[in-house]
Design a protein around this ligand. Structure first.
Ligand code: PLP
Length: 440
């Protein structure tokens, strides 16, 4: 198979010299390096779908607010308030009321260094709440970095791929873990990275009700806030709202990233929203590590303090400005980020027309949304084989197997970095792939 869209010999020799034992098992960064090298030698542009990074400019309103804070408010010279800028805390509290329809006091609304840090703060603190509960449950597939956080901390976790446990089946599956009595919390992302499935109301209700029954904390990672574009959830104070487990339980911590919804990844500021109940909850085990047994206080004045003692000061002003505009209906962030969904729709169609299948394909009876990611497979290939083969066709993605997915035939494709002017190349390359690998 030598007439591949990207020079076969170059790709082959670059793969060999990369030292990566199996391309299919390569980490995202290893793939980035390999593809960069092939691009440099061949001059061909790849359809780069391996990295989940935002591809849109930051709203000007935030940039202006940051500059203003640096120039006139002394933001760079002073330590930020550990709990967060008061006006930002107020706007976060308003934001979750207007877009999730939940009531959380500003005290529990905390800016963090990316939402990733909000997760880390939660993992560390929750694990210390009860001596007899030491395990977190991941609903997979999931963002590998969050498992890495627990690996580094040396904390225990269990996980399962939700693919075969959608709808009512989720209840028994969750209970099979909760019944053991050792699970203190659950983590999932919704919309999900990597599969872009979104839990249905029925599923969120199951999760929430079981959280109440077994006294488990739900860490809901809303990294792609309001980015299920099947519905317009962008009107402040008006339904439909971003679906959330918070409708069904008060045992929640929400992680809201600004990286994708507000194209703010570079400033590393995210939001952690602790329910009023959890903020004030007392847990005896905390006293072993913190000054008090109160969860909210321990998270902020114990864990967060020792990690970074706050989040970038000027960026907090930037996010406060965006949220204020969003809350007042003056800036509609969906209008900007819906571009991801539009591109996904076109790209998914091209893949499907050329024999590929969407691996995670339904939420209940509805086909999954078009958004930041989608998952693909091709008959006769494992995900790892497919990943390597597609490199010869100028297409890069990551294997689902590194995300805890049991669908080892699948790849995750991220649309954000693929420019529309490459769509004709994508079409040509996929047609070539199909021609070379006819589906029987
Ligand atoms: C599910 C999920 N959680 C968290 C993050 C990290 O977000 P942040 O940039 O806010 O730290 C990402 C980023 O890709 C993600 O996909």
């Amino acid at each position: 198979m030598k007439d591949t869209p990207i020079n076969f010999e170059v790709v082959k020799s670059k793969i060999e010299s990369s030292g990566i034992p199996s391309i299919g098992k390569a980490t995202i960064r290893e793939l980035v390096k390999l593809v960069n090298e092939i691009e440099a030698v061949t001059g061909d542009r790849y359809i780069r779908m391996e990295m989940g990074v935002p591809g849109l400019p930051t709203p000007q309103i935030a940039i202006d607010a940051e500059i203003d804070a640096i120039k006139y408010k002394g933001a760079t010279a002073k330590y930020p308030n550990l709990e967060g800028l008061p006006e930002l805390k107020k706007e976060i509290s308003r934001f979750v009321k207007l877009f999730l329809n939940i009531d959380v006091k500003p005290s529990g609304c905390v800016p963090t260094v990316g939402s990733l840090q909000g997760g880390l703060i939660s993992f560390i603190t929750i694990d210390r709440m009860y001596e007899d509960r030491d395990t977190m449950l991941y609903i997979d597939p999931s963002f590998p970095l969050q498992k890495q956080q627990l690996n580094v901390l040396g904390q225990k976790y269990v996980s399962f791929d939700v693919y075969n446990y959608r709808g009512k089946k989720l209840k028994d599956k969750l209970e099979s873990y909760f019944k053991n009595g050792n699970v203190h919390s659950v983590l999932y992302s919704n919309p999900n990275n990597p599969s872009w499935i979104c839990f249905t109301e029925e599923e969120l209700q199951i999760i929430g009700e079981l959280a109440n029954k077994y006294n488990v904390i739900i860490i809901e990672d809303l990294a792609y806030f309001c980015m299920d574009f099947r519905q317009d959830m962008s009107k402040p104070g008006e339904p439909p709202y971003q679906p959330t487990v918070a409708k069904y339980t008060d045992n929640y911590i929400l992680l809201i990233s600004t990286s994708k919804a507000f194209s703010y990844a570079g400033q590393r500021v995210g939001m952690m929203v602790i329910s009023d109940k959890l903020y004030n909850l007392k847990a005896p085990g905390l006293k072993r590590f913190f000054k008090t047994d109160t969860l909210g206080y321990s998270m902020i004045f114990g864990t967060y303090y020792m990690l970074t003692a706050g989040a970038c000061h000027s960026a907090q002003y930037g996010i406060a400005a965006i949220l204020k505009a969003v809350n007042e209906g003056k800036y509609n962030f969906r209008d900007d980020v819906i571009e991801y969904g539009k591109k996904a729709k076109i790209m998914k169609k091209m893949f499907v027309e050329n024999g590929f299948k969407i691996v995670y394909d339904y939420d209940g009876d509805d086909p999954i949304a078009d958004g930041f990611y989608f998952t693909i497979s091709y008959p006769g290939f494992t995900g790892e084989e497919l990943l390597e083969e597609l490199i010869y066709y100028g297409i890069s993605a990551i294997s689902l197997s590194i995300t805890g997915s049991e669908r080892n035939e699948g790849l995750r494709a991220c649309v954000s970095l693929v420019q529309r002017d490459l769509f004709p190349d994508l079409k040509y390359r996929l047609e070539k792939f199909r021609e070379h690998h006819p589906v029987k």
